[in-house]
Design a protein around this ligand. Structure first.
Ligand SMILES: [N-]=[N+]=N[C@]1([C@H](N)O)O[C@H](CO)[C@@H](O)[C@H](O)[C@H]1O
Length: 844
């Protein structure tokens, strides 16, 4: 080779870095470069979507550089990393968050203006990657933002579904209609297909038993009969005001063999592609169930595929650092986001025993020290239990190991004594009911060194009830880590005007990085001028929502002197959207009975409800239908006019939440006490000056504690009293104990005011019968609390004081506080900030 080969590494960085400077002129060049050579779209046929893509590629370039620097530095520092395994990530739009975290909003604004586009319009081009169902998936996304912002070495691991959570629309009958979310039909610049990371994953097959020549002990080797390939797709996670950039690695499934040519040449075209289709099927679609187990074989395959690829990737990175397998617990703290990734425990055990040839005790010790598990719900139908038959068929070696884990765990509880016999049955990882099932939460608890709930009340229920027997055995293993939300997306990005007012008032934007600074707003809570500024911003955001409702639903609503009352979350009986809509029916009925003059003077309210129902959850779909039919009747009743409106907003998403939350006066979190593990939308509302109408459940209680009970419209009984009420319902029949106003509302449903009663038969029977979620009992206090809301809104000074104090007391609800607790109490990792290169912009 006549040319002298030079050392490449440093050369490449020096060649590209000038390209990455961030003054707007450079950005413009970069955007033009991608327009011309990446898309390709020439400046001649420039359009908004093309410019969005080109702009996104320039952000991707900068994140790639920062990611290279970050991984290099973490490797040099041999730091311990947190590995968060979640089957869901509800990331929301990426571009705006990245531009703000890189602190380049001004530069991009100027650069794009020079190309004839506004930043807001560019942001609106991005679709919402909905790779999650609700709170659990969004929590994982908030955690990633915090981990990068506070320089924690961390990796997110998940699945790259070809189709995210279904797109929802509502038909003329008021029914939910689901459409496939083909989110990858257009390029998604923020996800980088990493072709260097392709990992074989096995399924089915048999187990070989042989004698270990060295220890003369029995050894096992799994011989899968089918293989697929896990392909890495990386999304780079920028931190706010830092160069640290972490990675979210999403696995997609590829076939070992793209096409079976023999079958193809025989004309069996379907057969020829069968293996590819089966493989791709594994990461084709997100299961749309929230708080409910999806007991399908394909879901089980998704769970194993995720954990097997992830553990191989972690061990590869460990060995690349020339570290031994014994150092794994000091190299990676692996968090299991609910039980969905629990197969990681027998999978790591298999690798340590069968491939690394460790002893059982060594392997089990490493396993327990590596894993920790977060529980997100106590609902029985959500606690995963997989049939032994299914596990044995797909993962024979893992079932063998689960039985071994169970045997060794139960050894301590002899069968002889009656007491321990019963305890043994309750503690067993394997449940002998109609089918023999593996209790995945039990396996997660036994295989982890720490188990946490997601709010005080929830963790206490785990300790005192759901996992009582385990808590007795492992008292130190159970801790609480109350959820949190990132203030970058959920205030700084979605409510820029309020962000600016807070920064101006506190004379620093430090609060964006450390939310405890919000407490300094307390001294302004009574200040009239400040209240007016605060109220004006809420009004500005309500106007944006009013415009959205007009544009998307063609419905006219007011916004001045109108209370925007909002309940947005997945539709579920325990979240009691049914009580919300029955409350609206009752209020509607009261308004109709009123003297028209008095009615006209009533304080105005618009009740917004949004949320998807799992396609197979018929009761939830009935609730959506009732909401839409009630909405149609009330909103078209000339007697009511603009005094009261009910609006169901289709296709709830992260992006819609970013519009709704800043525009909310009061939000409803009215779950039956003891059912909502935490809730996180409640936290986002308080952060944006919204007041809470809520039950004594989940994180509502901690919001009351930190923002002051006097600043929350709480109602209802404590969880301790719920069982008694349920008992009463069973013994006496809920209808007999029901509040008159609620009975009246139900009569209106039954007499067809809101369409054929057939549609709601099941709903009404449940309410009149057992009423498992005690709507009948809580209806009167709920309506009384709503009255308090409407009365208080008539006293603006009091209202805005509550709103400001609520926000001032919300420093604790930042995911920064949550992650600090995980890092110190579970993962034992420390921030590892990149050495600062005094880039002219980075420090913001
Ligand atoms: N599955 N799950 N659980 C949930 C949510 N539905 O995703 O996790 C969320 C995140 O921990 C909780 O806030 C919420 O209360 C709980 O129901």
């Amino acid at each position: 080779n006549k040319y002298k080969l030079k050392k490449k590494h440093s050369l490449i960085k020096d060649l590209v870095s000038p390209y990455l400077s961030s003054d707007y002129k450079h950005l413009q060049k970069n955007i033009a470069y991608h327009l011309e050579y990446t898309l390709p779209q020439t400046t001649r046929n420039l359009n908004l979507f093309g410019t969005y893509l080109a702009t996104s590629y320039t952000v991707r370039d900068r994140l790639l550089q920062l990611s290279h620097d970050t991984q290099k530095y973490y490797t040099e520092k041999k730091v311990k990393t947190a590995c968060y395994i979640s089957i869901e990530y509800l990331m929301g739009r990426f571009l705006q968050n990245a531009v703000l975290n890189l602190n380049l909003e001004e530069e991009y604004g100027e650069a794009l203006a020079g190309l004839g586009y506004g930043l807001e319009d560019i942001y609106d081009q991005e679709q919402d990657p909905a790779l999650g169902n609700g709170g659990l998936g969004r929590l994982a996304a908030c955690f990633l933002d915090t981990l990068a912002t506070h320089n924690y070495p961390a990796w997110g691991y998940g699945l790259r579904y070809n189709y995210g959570l279904f797109k929802q629309s509502v038909d003329v009958e008021g029914d939910q209609v689901e459409k496939t979310d083909v989110w990858l039909q257009f390029p998604y610049p923020f996800m980088i297909e990493n072709h260097f990371i392709r990992i074989p994953i096995g399924f089915y097959g048999s187990i070989e038993t042989y004698v270990d020549q060295k220890t003369k002990g029995t050894r096992f080797k799994w011989h899968p009969s089918e293989y697929v390939i896990a392909q890495a797709n990386d999304i780079l996670i920028p931190g706010y005001g830092t160069d640290n950039t972490n990675t979210l690695r999403l696995w997609s499934c590829r076939p070992i063999q793209e096409l079976d040519f023999k079958k193809f040449s025989l004309g069996d075209f379907k057969g020829a592609s069968e293996k590819r289709l089966n493989a791709e099927n594994i990461t084709n679609v997100l299961y749309p169930n929230d708080n409910e187990m999806a007991g399908k074989e394909l879901r089980f395959k998704q769970q194993y595929f995720l954990v097997a690829a992830t553990l191989q990737d972690i061990i590869r990175r460990l060995k690349e650092q020339k570290r031994t397998i014994y150092e794994l617990p000091d190299f990676a703290a692996v968090q299991l986001n609910d039980t969905h990734p629990t197969l990681a425990i027998p999978e790591l055990l298999r690798v340590l025993l069968d491939e690394e040839m460790l002893t059982w005790d060594e392997a089990w010790d490493i396993t327990q020290r590596t894993f920790s598990y977060t529980n997100h719900t106590i609902l029985p139908e959500a606690l995963e239990r997989w049939p032994v038959k299914l596990i044995s068929h797909l993962l024979p070696r893992h079932m063998q190991l689960i039985e071994a884990i169970n045997w060794k765990f139960l050894e301590n509880f002899s069968e002889n004594n009656k007491e321990s016999g019963k305890l043994r049955k309750k503690l067993s990882l394997i449940e002998n009911s109609r089918d023999t099932l593996v209790r995945m939460a039990w396996l997660a608890i036994v295989g982890s060194h720490k188990v946490n709930g997601v709010s005080d009340i929830h963790t206490n229920i785990l300790k005192d009830k759901v996992f009582k027997d385990f808590h007795k055995i492992y008292p130190k293993k159970f801790i609480n880590v109350t959820n949190g939300v990132t203030p970058r997306r959920w205030l700084h990005a979605c409510n820029p005007k309020l962000s600016e007012l807070i920064t101006a008032t506190l004379n620093s934007n430090e609060w964006i990085y450390d939310l405890t600074h919000l407490s300094k707003l307390r001294e302004h809570a009574d200040n009239e001028e400040f209240q007016l500024k605060w109220a004006a911003i809420k009004l500005f955001n309500k106007k944006k929502l009013q415009k959205y409702v007009k544009r998307e639903l063609k419905i006219d609503i007011g916004y001045k002197d109108v209370v925007y009352d909002i309940q947005i979350k997945r539709i579920h009986e325990y979240k009691r959207q049914l009580m919300n809509i029955i409350g609206s029916i009752s209020y509607y009925s009261d308004l109709l009975k009123m003297d028209p003059k008095k009615r006209k003077e009533m304080p105005k309210r618009v009740s917004f409800i949004a949320g998807k129902a799992a396609p197979g959850y018929f009761v939830a779909k009935k609730i959506i239908k009732l909401i839409n039919c009630v909405s149609k009747v009330i909103n078209t009743d000339p007697e009511i006019g603009d005094v009261f409106k009910v609006i169901y907003l289709p296709n709830y998403s992260v992006t819609l939440a970013e519009l709704l939350i800043p525009a909310t006066d009061v939000s409803e979190h009215i779950s039956t006490p003891g059912t909502e593990a935490s809730g996180t939308s409640n936290m986002k509302f308080v952060l944006n000056g919204g007041l809470i109408l809520g039950t004594l459940d989940g994180a509502n209680l901690e919001i009351m504690k930190n923002s002051g009970e006097e600043n929350v419209f709480a109602f209802g009984i404590t969880k301790e009293k719920v069982d008694q009420v349920k008992q009463n319902n069973i013994e006496k029949g809920a209808y007999n104990l029901m509040d008159e106003k609620m009975k009246n509302a139900i009569n209106l449903i039954e007499n067809g005011t809101f369409g054929n009663i057939e549609n709601y038969q099941g709903l009404i029977e449940e309410l009149k019968g057992v009423d498992r979620y005690i709507l009948g009992h809580d209806f009167a206090p709920y309506m009384e609390a709503m009255d308090r809301v409407m009365q208080t809104y008539q006293k603006p000074q009091k209202w805005w004081k509550m709103s400001i104090l609520g926000c001032a007391g919300s420093g604790w609800l930042s995911s920064d506080r949550t992650i600090k607790e995980y890092a110190e109490n579970i993962w034992e990792i420390k921030p590892c900030p990149l050495p600062k290169i005094e880039s002219e912009k980075q420090l913001g």
